[in-house]
Design a protein around this ligand. Structure first.
Ligand SMILES: CC(C)(COP(=O)(O)OP(=O)(O)OC[C@H]1O[C@@H](n2cnc3c(N)ncnc32)[C@H](O)[C@@H]1OP(=O)(O)O)[C@@H](O)C(=O)NCCC(=O)NCCS
Length: 216
């Protein structure tokens, strides 16, 4: 039978770090993602996202997550793409790391976002998975910058950024679900990147890059 990845090439992509496997979420993975999110992503009342998706009532969380994953896939073109990578640790689904871009051919800049189930916080996984997508973006896709942002109080997210060599890139105020939030923007370049002391293993790069319109 023909593999789904021959139809939608990003499904062939796999990034492997010393402890984690990152690959685009497929439909069969969505229940594990919903289970991980349902187990808790952040402290109650402490939403760290522009859209407070993890606070949705249990009966809405799963459908909302599935819609979001399908929307990201359906909208992926060379002009605007998003790879939602599931994160596995020893076969257990622990969270998501996304990497995406608009007009990548022109600005060579990716943006990232991530979450881990609470039981996986504070073990260096956040740093390892962000390092994985930074390595993939710089060394494989030819990115020249990786940008991210976090609420100014989000010490773990800003800790990942600081630890990998991101530079502060300005403060902005945003409306997060109708509430004012002060947001720190951060930016990483190949020059400032504090590279990990391990090598990233990559499978399925060429069909993915071709699909995203990235040559060479
Ligand atoms: C943000 C998140 C992905 C970070 O992952 P993590 O695995 O918990 O973080 P790590 O263990 O990799 O820590 C990375 C760095 O931040 C530092 N750090 C972690 N928590 C910290 C805290 N509370 N205060 C200060 N530094 C902290 C660590 O010491 C580490 O730095 P080091 O390598 O120099 O020691 C995870 O905490 C999470 O999913 N949080 C909820 C969702 C979220 O906030 N997503 C991001 C939205 S912008």
């Amino acid at each position: 039978m023909t593999e789904l990845s021959s139809v939608f090439p990003p499904f062939a992509l796999t990034l492997t770090t010393p402890r984690l496997v990152l690959r685009p979420l497929q439909d069969d993975d969505i229940p594990a993602a919903v289970e991980a999110a349902t187990s808790g992503v952040h402290d109650p009342g402490r939403n760290p996202f522009g859209t407070p998706w993890a606070e949705a009532p249990a009966d809405q969380l799963g459908p909302n997550m599935a819609r979001w994953y399908w929307q990201c896939r359906a909208g992926t073109t060379p002009e605007s793409w998003a790879l939602i990578l599931g994160i596995w640790h020893g076969g257990t689904f622990v969270g998501c790391q996304d990497v995406g871009a608009k007009d990548f051919a022109v600005i060579r800049t990716v943006t990232t976002g991530s979450w881990l189930r609470k039981s996986a916080h504070g073990r260096g996984f956040g740093k390892e998975m962000r390092a994985a997508v930074a390595l993939y973006a710089f060394d494989w896709l030819g990115a020249e910058a990786a940008e991210s942002e976090a609420a100014v109080w989000n010490a773990p997210s800003l800790g990942v950024s600081r630890s990998l060599g991101y530079e502060l890139n300005g403060i902005t105020r945003m409306s997060w679900d109708g509430k004012a939030e002060t947001v720190q923007r951060v930016r990483l370049t190949p020059e400032t990147f504090k590279r990990p002391d391990w090598q990233l293993k990559v499978a399925g790069h060429e069909p993915t890059a071709k699909f995203l319109g990235i040559e060479g």
